[in-house]
Design a protein around this ligand. Sequence first.
Ligand SMILES: [Zn+2]
Length: 427
Amino acid sequence: MEQPAKAPRQNRTITVDFQDPCTYFRLISDGKAFVEFVLAFILALGFQLYHKASCNGGGCLTRHSHYARIRLGGLTIWRIQCTSCKAVFTVLPQFVLRYRRMSPDVAQQALIATHGGLSLEWCATICHISPMALYRLICALGQHSLVTVLVKCRLPLPTYILVDEKHSHCLTDRVYLPTIASGRVIWHLGYSACKSAAAFTESYGVFQQMALNHEPSYQVKGALTDGFDSTVSSMRTLFPKARLGFCLRHALNKLPEKLVGVSASVRRGLRAKFHALLHRCRQRKSLRVVALGQRLRHFAHRIAMTVSEAHGARIRHWFETKKAGWYAVLEDPRMPAMSTVLDQAHNAMDRKLFAMKGFHHPGGSQGAFLTGLAHLYNLIPYQRRALNAGKCGVEVEGGVLPTPDWMINLQILTSGGYRCALEPPNH
Ligand SMILES: [Zn+2]
């Protein structure tokens, strides 16, 4: 069971990149220069501060109070205050983590090792920290929703989404990770003990709510699933106007299972023909749905003639139940046709979760932990030999990052005191 979320006080911490620590130590002795530096930094990011609801953010900022972080050798931390709404923002330099003694450098090493699939225990060992400290760090990142962080990177909310659930285990129980992705970015990674439509609707509903908070008119135009009933009906409930398509690659991989008792070589041949059929329909510029309908009928007929009448009937029946979802893919050229990138995201998650069995206990903060892992997935750049080498998923999708350093980006983007400005400042 997931622990119920407490309603915490608004976190108004902001991480500011002072680059050289010397700059920070020089500025903390000069109140006016300090506030000016912080304001210029916020302006350069194109962010706004998270003021109180009543405030239009038009007031001035003043230096409010300071305190010493004893655990960090008495480091002085300043707070700044809005003169209108009195909201107080804690300014953390980039070389400090919120509530943590662990340095960002150590955290960076441990997080990249985690992201690479090393177990928490091994990451902790090589970085000289405790596995629990690393677990808590990832959970703390996961307190910030994926939508909040991604819109700060100026990614538009996804209009076409890939939706699927990853099967995993919590000790011996089967659990499900409802996931929404768009291209190389994960927008939602939930946790559910049950695979009912109601459970999935609840999980995907969290994404919908976050998206609506950001943009009240948000609508999904198309969703691609593998055709699983609970997933399809949860999408129908949440996004009644969306086109619901079924992944063509899943269809391709399912075909051989429908040909039980047929020799492997014949099944391979039919799979290749089915692949060519789907491909040719997607290549067409017009009448794609009509063409697919015709070709599916011919394909089933051919199986009935060349394999057996029973197999032909079975394939025809399967086509009947799935074709609406395939038509939906072909009706709109912007619809994704395959969920391959989502499968890749799931495989990446699987490696991490497999290495972290010890932390799958029923009282854990699975939701926060998974969201934290998804932030890493979105923000850590791909390796040098990969296709999009040096870029992270957010950049591949056209997002804008605060700095070239992914760890500082992670700190800035998960700062509760920032919110994205509605219009990027370009003048
Ligand atoms: Zn204010």
